[in-house]
Design a protein. Structure first.
Length: 388
């Protein structure tokens, strides 16, 4: 049958991934070998004979283990069962060198994901990519070998999403679909955890990368889903600015206005972040107003930009200057726009933000050809560096 082997591999993989579900965690937490064997058979749809063949026992012995009429106390046998069921040995009460290495890998991975996010937020997205690539490769190799423990899958989902977001900062526009690809790979895993907060986080990151890749309708859909799953105000304000940007890009004025009103209402109630703060929301408002055909309102708001604070990520200074320059050009202020774009070029080159240089090129265009040429040279230099 066409596609049969591939479908079989996919089905087997997803059956193993069910170890990541809350139900599986309750079974594993008991440490009861009989319950674990029954659950394994259930998720794979196999009988006791087949399980016995996998583990090297006959059907009768498997039945007695499942019913608790026999116990398996020797370490070697339990380690062998854990290996064949693709479970860490400690689940069956076995501690060994491999299990210690597994725990050390998880601790290292958690630290790597946190440090990579700090690097990205402070304008060092290239360093974040360099940290996350080897971690993702290591975790995916473990996945390919059939080890799909919940903690490994959770770490892999976060690492994939972090890698996608970091790539979304450093790749040129024509390659931003790569960033969306990596965040999408996190969605494959997140659904197994049945955790609304985690799903909202992954959907939020994926939706924003879809927007940057110009898949506007899909971006709005993912971000609306993320907002619906967000468990509280802090989680909602992580989504609202991104949904407003996506709605503006899509040209959906009513949705843009609705989301901005909710974001404004939270400003005095929720802790500010690198994305949710008055400075970032001002840029989002300006760009959204222009995109939804209300440039006149945007022009009137140019001089009302809040002062940036320490919560603002460095790349937002570039983003905001390009947006203001575009509004100034719409208002006929070529001199003011040129000054903003000159600063934006220097900062985008320093932070190595190729797609912001592409924004500058589009913004300047025929209206400021010299600025466009300078931005193009800076972009070409970055592209050569990226290729190397």
């Amino acid at each position: 049958m066409a596609g049969g082997p591939e479908l079989a591999r996919s089905s087997a993989r997803h059956a193993v991934w069910r170890w990541a579900t809350p139900e599986a965690q309750r079974v594993l937490a008991t440490g009861d070998l009989g319950k674990i064997l029954r659950y394994h058979r259930a998720i794979h749809g196999i009988n006791q004979t087949t399980l016995g063949q996998l583990l090297g026992y006959d059907k009768t012995y498997i039945s007695m283990l499942e019913l608790g009429k026999r116990t398996l106390d020797d370490v070697g046998s339990r380690r062998s069962i854990a290996d064949r069921l693709r479970l860490p040995p400690h689940v069956l009460g076995v501690t060994d060198t491999a299990d210690t290495d597994h725990r050390a890998m998880l601790q290292f991975g958690e630290s790597t994901v946190r440090l990579a996010e700090i690097a990205r937020q402070t304008g060092h997205a290239y360093e974040a990519v360099a940290e996350l690539w080897p971690l993702v490769a290591r975790l995916e190799a473990r996945l390919e070998n059939g080890h799909t423990e919940r903690d490994v899958l959770h770490l892999l989902a976060r690492a994939r999403a972090g890698l996608g977001v970091a790539l979304g900062n450093v790749l040129p526009e024509e390659r931003l679909s790569t960033a969306a690809h990596w965040t999408a790979k996190s969605l494959d895993i997140a659904s197994y955890f049945q955790d609304p907060a985690f799903s909202a986080e992954v959907l939020r990151m994926h939706g924003n990368e879809l927007r940057k890749a110009r898949l506007r309708g899909a971006a709005v859909s993912r971000l609306q889903h993320a907002l619906a799953l967000a468990p509280g105000p802090q989680a909602r304000v992580a989504v609202l600015p991104l949904l407003a940007r996506a709605a503006g890009t899509l040209g959906d004025g009513p949705l843009f206005d609705h989301v901005m009103r909710e974001a404004d209402a939270f400003l005095d109630e929720v802790k500010h972040t690198s994305l949710f703060n008055p400075y970032a929301l001002h840029e989002i408002r300006l760009r959204g107003l222009v995109a939804t055909g209300r440039a006149d309102i945007a022009i009137g708001l140019i001089d009302h930009s809040p002062a940036p604070t320490t919560t603002v990520a460095p790349q937002w200074h570039v983003i905001e200057r390009v947006t203001i320059a575009n509004v100034q050009l719409l208002a006929g202020d070529h001199s003011g726009a040129q000054k903003y774009l000159e600063i934006a070029i220097r900062e985008a080159a320093t932070q190595r933000l190729p797609h912001q240089l592409q924004r500058i090129m589009r913004t300047a265009g025929d209206r400021l050809p010299e600025i466009c040429a300078v931005a193009r040279r800076a972009f070409n230099e970055l592209r050569q560096e990226l290729t190397a």
